[in-house]
Design a protein around this ligand. Sequence first.
Ligand SMILES: Cc1ncc(COP(=O)(O)O)c(C=O)c1O
Length: 307
Amino acid sequence: MVGITPLKYLWMDGKFVAWEDAKVHVLTHALHYGYAVFEGIRCHSTPKGPAIFRLDEHLERFLNSAKIYRMNIGYTVKQLHDECVELVRRNGIQDAYIRPIAFSGYGQMGLDPTKCPVQVALTLWNWGAYLGEEGLEKGVRATVSSWIRVDSRALPPQAKCAANYANSALAKMEATSAGYDEAIMLNSNGMVAEGPGENIFRVKDGVVSTPPASSGILRGITRDTVIKFVEDLGYVFRRNDFTREEIFTADELFYTGTAAGITPIREVDGRLIGNGGYPITKRFQTLYDNVIHGREPKYEAWLSYVQ
Ligand SMILES: Cc1ncc(COP(=O)(O)O)c(C=O)c1O
């Protein structure tokens, strides 16, 4: 059942440790109450060696998630940046998914996390396309979930907190057990929010749109990257809410996320999206692939080289 291939080192509470020594106690507070914030970042091979994509933006979101949860991480973006670069370098790998996590640690049980130490770890592993290579190529089949996205009055969706992902997991399991690849989650107003671990875009009559932050989404860094591409490639862009019907009648739909990349949605609940082709999504996919692999000098500022 173990799908993770061990690498050499992880980073925990200020130092590099051997992979098998990065352990926590079973009475770790976060394991019981979901009080952990994390990030998902990718490093890719480029002609100049491995490069981490939009590292500082991810680390800023990490510190903001911690701030929302009143968690004092105790490291700056600069310190975490340097440790992430060193982590990739020490492991001697080109492609990696990097997962910083901060959590309420071992020391006290009960709901108030402020009584626990904050533990911080920088982890990484090899991870292929989250929705599969075939999904990237041919598009995935999605279903609108019966689970609504966590409401911002219950849990702040803009904080990447572990607790939010119990909601995501319910939607994901519902989708896959019904034979779909992924879910689309509506918010408590019945408008489209996002996928369990991805943002969503719609293309209609050449206009590219995505739900606004107020729809209750995580403000994705891939989403932000695609918004820049939309503007740079000269398409009309709108940040607007859309209904379930408007996804059925889109010309193209796609997910964006660090894990999923830019993945076309071929079908939603038995309805083919558009005519099944996705020329505009394909342009974003190709540009994204070139940018993350260091083949687009215009966007090089988004890369942190490891060597
Ligand atoms: C709920 C959710 N929405 C959207 C995203 C996409 O965000 P990003 O592009 O920053 O990976 C993610 C992944 O982190 C996510 O978990």
